[in-house]
Design a binder for this molecule. Structure first.
Ligand code: ADP
Ligand code: MG
Length: 474
C-alpha cells in the first residue's frame, strides 16, 4: 500500500477508535513526544472543565502541578527514549476552575510519534490518604511527646512499642531494652495477678478504670503508676494499648499534705482551746472582783461553774475536733441563752453594755449538746461586746419560725466591711490584737453539727447581726 494510503487508513482507524472512546466515558488523551495534547476525550474535558480548543496544541506540562511537573517530564523522556515502554504515575492537574485534581495515568507509546494515555480520577483517594498520613504523623508526634507512657503490648504481654516517656519511666533510653520483653515482669510480684486480671477485663470492656501499681526498675528504683488498658488493633493484630501515668511525685505530695493537715488541725485546736478558756476566765475575773467588793454565794457559784467549764474544755480537748454532736439531748434554748448572758453580767456593768432579751416563746427545745451551744452564744456575745468598746445595746431575739428556732444577736458595734464578710469563719482571721480568729470558725462548726445555719449581716458603724437557725424539737 502506498504511504499516502497507509496514512489515510491509519487516520480512518484512529477516527473510528476516537468515535468509540468519545462514547465510552474513559479518560483518554494523546500527546506528542514533547507533551503537546493532540486528542482529549469528552469525559476528560468535562472532568477538567475545558473546551477542546483550549487544550489542543497545549503542553500537558503547563497544566501539571509545579511539584509534579518533573515527574511527568521524566516519565515522557523514559518512554520516548524507549527506556520503558509504558509508565504509570500519579500527578495533579489543573482544572479550569483553578483547583487541582489527582490523576493516576498510564502512558504508552503507540507509534514513534504519539503517546497514549488513560487516566483515573484518584483525587478522593489521595485526599483521604493524605489526611490519614497527616493524622498518623500528628498522632505519632503526640504520642512521642506525651508526658504519659503510651505503649502497645501483645495479648500475651510482650512489648511491641513504647514512646519516649515510657522509656524514661522504665529507666532506659533504648527501645531494645523494652521491645520484645515481658510487660508484666516490670511490676511488683504481688501486683502481677491483679494487673493481668485488669488486662483481661479490659478486653471484655468491663472496666475502664485506672489501676494503681508499682514498677520495680532494673536499677531497683520503684515508681508508683496508674495504668489503663485499651484493646486496639496494631499491625492488624489484636493488642493492648497501655497508658501509664507516673504518680510517684503526686503520692509523695499527698502524704505531705496529709501530714500538714494533721499538724494544722492540732495547731488550730490548741489555739482554739486557749480562746475558749479565755471566755470563762473573763467572767471569773469579773465575778471575783465583785466578790471582793460584796460577797454573795451566787457570785461564787458562778465562779465555780465557770471553773468547771474550763475543766471540761481542757479535759475534753477533742470535743471540737469530733464531727458529731456527742450527747444528743433535748435542750431548753431559753436556759442556754439566759445562762450565756448571765456570764457577761459583770462585763456588762464594767463596759456599759446593755442586754435586751426577747424570747418569744414559752418553752422551746432543740436537739444537741448544751455546752457546745452555750459556747456558740458566748462567742457571739463576746464578739458583740468587743465590737462596742464604748458600750451600747446587745439585742437577743429568739423566735420560732416554721421548723426552726431562730436566735439573733444584734449589736451596735463597729460592723464588718462587706469585703471582709467572706473571710469570717476562716481560721485565724481576726482584727483584734488578742484575737485568735477561731471563734466564728468554731461557732460555724458547732451549728453545722447541729444541722443548723449561721448567717452574718453587718454594716460598718451601724452594727452586726448574727442569725442562727436550729431545727426545733416538736
Ligand atoms: P476573734 O474574736 O478572735 O477575732 P472571731 O472568729 O470571733 O475571732 O471573729 C473574727 C473577726 O470577725 C473579728 O476579729 C472581727 O473583726 C470580726 N467580727 C466578728 N464578730 C463581730 C461583730 N459582732 N462586730 C464586728 N466585727 C466582728
Ligand atoms: Mg471572737
Amino acid at each position: 500500500m502506498p504511504k499516502e494510503d497507509q496514512t489515510k487508513d491509519l487516520i480512518k482507524q484512529i477516527n473510528g477508535y476516537h468515535a468509540l472512546i468519545n462514547r465510552s466515558g474513559e479518560l483518554i488523551s494523546h500527546f506528542t513526544q514533547s507533551g503537546v495534547i493532540t486528542y482529549i476525550s469528552p469525559a476528560s474535558l468535562s472532568l477538567l472543565g475545558y473546551e477542546t480548543n483550549e487544550l489542543l496544541g497545549k503542553s500537558i506540562l503547563d497544566y501539571c502541578h509545579p511539584h509534579d511537573r518533573p515527574l511527568v517530564e521524566d516519565s515522557f523522556k523514559a518512554i520516548t527514549k524507549h527506556i520503558v515502554d509504558k509508565d504509570r504515575l500519579s500527578f495533579r492537574i489543573l482544572r479550569k476552575e483553578g483547583d487541582y485534581i489527582w490523576l493516576e495515568s498510564t502512558f504508552l507509546l503507540i507509534d514513534s510519534e504519539e503517546l497514549f494515555c488513560i487516566s483515573r480520577d484518584v483525587t478522593e483517594q489521595k485526599v483521604l490518604e493524605q489526611e490519614l498520613k497527616a493524622n498518623q504523623e500528628k498522632y505519632q508526634l503526640l504520642v512521642d511527646n506525651l508526658q504519659y507512657t503510651v505503649g502497645i503490648i501483645t495479648l500475651s504481654g510482650i512489648w511491641l512499642y513504647i514512646n519516649d516517656a515510657g522509656k524514661r519511666l522504665f529507666g532506659t533510653i533504648r527501645s531494645e531494652d523494652i521491645i520484645g520483653k515481658s510487660f508484666i515482669d516490670s511490676f511488683h510480684e504481688k501486683e502481677r495477678n491483679r494487673i493481668q486480671d485488669c488486662m483481661k477485663r479490659s478486653l471484655l470492656n468491663l472496666s475502664a478504670s485506672l489501676n494503681e501499681a508499682t514498677i520495680v526498675r532494673q536499677d531497683h528504683q520503684t515508681k508508683q503508676v496508674e495504668l489503663k488498658f485499651i484493646p486496639t488493633m496494631y499491625k492488624e493484630k489484636k493488642t493492648y494499648q497501655v497508658i501509664i501515668r507516673d504518680i510517684t511525685e503526686r503520692k509523695k505530695i499527698e502524704e505531705k499534705l496529709q501530714q500538714a493537715e494533721k499538724l494544722s488541725v492540732v495547731g488550730q485546736l490548741a489555739a482554739g482551746i486557749a480562746h475558749e478558756i479565755r471566755n470563762p476566765l473573763t467572767a471569773i475575773k469579773g465575778f471575783t472582783q465583785l466578790v471582793k467588793e460584796h460577797y454573795t454565794d451566787e457570785y461564787l457559784s458562778v465562779v465555780l461553774s465557770e471553773l468547771e467549764r474550763i475543766e471540761t474544755i481542757i479535759t475534753d480537748l477533742l470535743v471540737l475536733a469530733k464531727p458529731q454532736v456527742e450527747f444528743i439531748q433535748k435542750v431548753d434554748i431559753r436556759e442556754i441563752i439566759e445562762s450565756s448572758i448571765k456570764l457577761f453580767h459583770s462585763h456588762a456593768i464594767l463596759s456599759d453594755c446593755e442586754f435586751i432579751t426577747n424570747i418569744n416563746f414559752s418553752q422551746q427545745y432543740v436537739e444537741g449538746e448544751a455546752d457546745q451551744l452555750k459556747q456558740v452564744f458566748i462567742n457571739l456575745i463576746k464578739n458583740s461586746t468587743e465590737a462596742m468598746p464604748n458600750g451600747g445595746k446587745i439585742i437577743i431575739n429568739a423566735n420560732v419560725k416554721d421548723d426552726f428556732v431562730q436566735i439573733q444577736f444584734k449589736d451596735q458595734g463597729v460592723g464588718i466591711p462587706e469585703d471582709r464578710l467572706p473571710k469570717l469563719g476562716e481560721p485565724f482571721y481576726s482584727t483584734k490584737e488578742k484575737g485568735t480568729g477561731l471563734g466564728l470558725m468554731i461557732c460555724n462548726r458547732i451549728i453545722k453539727n447541729h444541722n443548723g445555719s449561721l448567717q452574718i449581716e453587718s454594716k460598718v458603724n451601724e452594727g452586726t447581726t448574727v442569725t442562727i437557725q436550729l431545727p426545733k424539737v416538736v
